[in-house]
Design a protein around this ligand. Sequence first.
Ligand code: ADP
Ligand code: MG
Length: 686
Amino acid sequence: MLDNRLDSTTLKTRDSYVAKLKEMGIKTLRDLLTYFPRAYRDEQEFTRINEMRTDEVNVVQGRIKSILNISTRGGKVMTKAVVADETGEVPVLWFNQRHIKQLFFKGSEIVLTGKLKFERGRSMLLSPKYEKPSATLLHTGRIVPVYPEKDEITSKWLREKIHMVLPYAQYFEEYMPQWILEEAALMSLPDAIYHVHFAKDEEHLTKARERLAFDELFILQFLALKRKKLWQSEFSGEAREQEQTGLRPGVDLEAFLDSLPFKLTGAQFRVIAEIFEDFAKNYPMMRLIQGDVGAGKTVVAAAAIYAMKQAGLQSALMAPTEILARQHFKTLVRLLTPFELNVQILTGSSSTGEYEQVTRQLATGTCDLVIGTHALIQEGIQFSKLGLAVIDEQHRFGVKQRAVFKMHGSPHMLSLSATPIPRTMALTLYGDQDLSTLDELPPGRQEIVTRLVPEDKRNDAYLWISDQVAKGRQVFIICPLIEESDAIQVKAVTLEYERLRTDVFPQHRLALLHGRMKAEEKDSIMKQFAAGEVDILVSTSVVEVGIDVPNATIMMIEGADRFGLAQLHQFRGRVGRGEYQSYCFLFSDSNADAALQRLKFMVKYNSGFDLAELDLQMRGPGEIYGIKQSGIPDLKMASYTDLAMLSKVRAYAQRLVGEDHELSKYPKFREKITKIEAQAELGDAS
Ligand code: ADP
Ligand code: MG
């Protein structure tokens, strides 16, 4: 019943409203009842008219003594009323709400919520919210839910409709194991759904929100811990045996380290040691390395691949795009061929001949390391003895895609990520992986000069950029994020590109990059840029993470306030990769203090972790990474910064996974989890 489609009859509304809801992702009663308020106004306390306070919000109930519409000279309408209770009376004034006079008459009871203003020598309620008093007040005189609005779907409309269908809250089926409900003292699910909208009082609201937040985190953690358990419980005996004989902690890395043109940082040493400890355990590794751009993740992966070879095992490295795969191929051939590793590449553009050769070498075991894109996880690829799978930019792949490697004998799994995520968040999201942090950049890295450029300096900036291009440098220009739609975004970036090309930089070679282009088209433009055939790349935020163009020294970001700090930091990481001093220029048309403050942090801080932590606190996770790109779920109720809640939830999730990860004793919870897993598969990155 909860999953029935909403229609205009059930909702007593017009079809256009139903269509709009659908657009907002609200298609069923369940969706509507889980469309939670974004805030609440506490208006529980009624005030008597003679006790109202000026400049504060007052909630009063009274009887209308007079009401009339007055047309002003400008063609507007004012509605004037006088409302009285047993203690006194107060004038009320509304602008352009002619219809109020149709709803209330002399003698009607009315509840008003609004600020008392002292103007033109007397006190009056100015444009208060109004409602007819009834047993259940919705819009005033209670804890009033405030919903995220979209066009004609106003908070007020939502309040009415949600209240209308609220009795269906009782059909939400409780799925949480009974012992968790009891021990954690959680409100039941139907009650929580009810009170999160129309709470009886503060206490019920708190309990309701707590319950819904608990569930959100609990499900994420349960899924992660279950994945970890499954990963660890299965490995192929054969591969492991070989490895046990070859890989002891402290496997001899000396020759490899001696061959490097640099000395590892302390952080790189530490993380390699963590990986080698995992190798010595009797279950497969599941580890995530987080490290800022340029922290040197590749060489850490190379050390692990080298160790696999010593144990007689193969490795695979998967990257999200062809161009990144090629970059890794170049680096790893250089690092590893001196040690007689046979390194191959396999991508969508490999010829049939190449494909056949590489797959044959993988199956027979002559290939030690294969680097590639999604092509690596397609059917038909067999490994002779896969020991390690490395996934670069792991958030670009879905859980399911990563899991494909398990079919090849449960190898060790090493994920790399340049998206710094605060530890609390990482624990929730990546609870299935152990976490290593590369928190130290190799020495001698140049600092990128970051500047917040005021609008009146824009032309100077253009001139300066043009000068740099004349000297042979290359430039990224990132256009503002437009969330309304992809189509509008593409239009905006295309216009800006045309403007820059014809009016600002007619003497330079410009290229355009956006998300609506085909993958091959994007790749080819990135290649031209990397090859120096393009001077200025005008792009939306799709510009590739991890790409190395040492000659690019300027990153100019328009509408910088619309991006999260972590994302700005990622853009900034595109430059500063070569010998030349690099620059990041931030433009913003926002005057809001908060926005400017955030951008000033960009000028001040150079660590992605610091910035991510700051932004998580200032804006919450949804905003930080750009949800679509990062694969990080936005939480509706819970918070990634609530450490106490996180660890409480984690403890229960751990107990449940330990006790019964298949949920044979908890069919209802299993059903819930199965549904979520099925949805996640559909939604997985492709
Ligand atoms: P990322 O963590 O962004 O993947 P890379 O692995 O691509 O970083 O490394 C960035 C650059 O730093 C590479 O050119 C690499 O050779 C170099 N590098 C890595 N480790 C060190 C080190 N310890 N000292 C000096 N340079 C290093
Ligand atoms: Mg990298």
